[in-house]
Ligand binder design. Structure first.
Ligand code: ADP
Ligand code: MG
Length: 220
C-alpha cells in the first residue's frame, strides 16, 4: 500500500505581480518525514513554506494537510511551527517568555505553561537559561530557543527556513545532527529549506530540488 502523505501540494501556482514564484508545484511528504527543500536563492523555496503555513495564498492548486484542503484555513489553525533564518526572537522577553509566548496566546493555564516550557528547554538543551535575554545567548542557543518556541504549541508540521544559515560552520554541523535526532524523536513532519547541498544530504530523509519556481528533481 502506498504511504499516505501527511502534507501534499497539488498543482500549486503563485505569482507576485507577473513573476511566477511557484509553477505547478507537486509533492507529498509522509508523516514524520524530514524533507529537504534545496535550491538556489530566488528559486521559490520560501514561497512554498509561506503558502503551507498560510502566510501567503496560492493562486491555484491545493494545499493539503492531514487529508484536508487548507487553502482557506487561517495560519493560526493549521498546526504549523515555523523557524526562520534570523531567529526572530522577541528581544525584550526572557528565554522563558519567548518559549511561553504561543501557549499564553492559547490561554493555557500558567502551571501547564511552566511544565511545558521546562520540558521544551530540557529537550533543546537550554535548561538554566530561562531568565536570560536573547542577546545574552550564542547564535546556536538562540536558534534552539526559536525551535523550542515553534514546538511549544505542539505543531503537527514544522517548517524550517534556512534555520542555520546565520550560524558559524562549526556550530552548524552540531545543530544539523541535533535537529535530525530531535525531529526523529518527535516524529514531526518537517520541511528543511537550505541552499547547501551537503546540509540537505546530511539532514533530510528525502530531497526536493527547486529551480525557477519549479521542482526539478525529487528523491532520496
Ligand atoms: P527562495 O526562498 O528560494 O530564495 P523565494 O520564494 O523567497 O525564493 O522567492 C522566489 C522569487 O519570488 C524571488 O525572485 C523573489 O524575489 C520573489 N518574491 C518573493 N516574495 C515576493 C513578494 N512578496 N513580492 C514580489 N516578489 C517576491
Ligand atoms: Mg528563502
Amino acid at each position: 500500500m502506498a504511504e499516505q502523505n501527511y502534507v501534499e501540494l497539488r498543482h500549486v501556482n503563485k505569482k507576485y505581480k507577473d513573476f511566477q514564484a511557484s509553477d505547478d508545484i507537486n509533492f507529498g511528504i509522509g508523516k514524520g518525514k524530514l524533507i529537504g527543500l534545496l535550491g538556489p536563492s530566488g528559486s521559490g523555496k520560501t514561497t512554498i513554506l509561506r503558502m503551507l503555513a498560510g502566510l501567503e495564498h496560492a493562486d491555484s492548486g491545493e494545499i493539503i494537510i492531514d487529508g484536508r484542503v487548507v487553502n482557506d484555513v487561517p495560519a493560526s489553525e493549521r498546526g504549523i511551527g515555523f523557524v526562520f533564518q534570523n531567529y526572530a526572537l522577541f528581544r525584550y522577553m526572557t528565554i522563558y517568555d519567548n518559549v511561553a509566548f504561543g501557549l499564553e496566546l492559547q490561554k493555557m493555564p500558567k502551571k501547564l505553561i511552566k511544565e511545558r516550557v521546562t520540558k521544551l528547554l530540557e529537550m533543546t538543551g537550554l535548561s538554566g537559561l530561562e531568565k536570560r535575554y536573547p542577546n545574552q545567548l550564542s547564535g546556536g542557543q538562540r536558534q534552539r530557543v526559536a525551535f523550542a518556541r515553534a514546538l511549544a504549541p505542539n505543531p503537527q508540521v514544522l517548517l524550517l527556513d534556512e534555520p542555520f544559515a546565520a550560524i558559524d560552520a562549526k556550530v552548524r554541523g552540531e545543530l544539523r545532527t541535533w535537529l535530525k535526532e530531535l525531529v526523529e524523536k518527535l516524529g514531526i513532519t518537517s520541511i528543511f529549506v537550505t541552499h547547501d547541498q551537503d546540509e540537505a544530504v546530511e539532514v533530510a530523509d528525502e530531497i526536493i530540488i527547486t529551480n525557477h519556481g519549479t521542482i526539478e528533481q525529487m528523491g532520496t
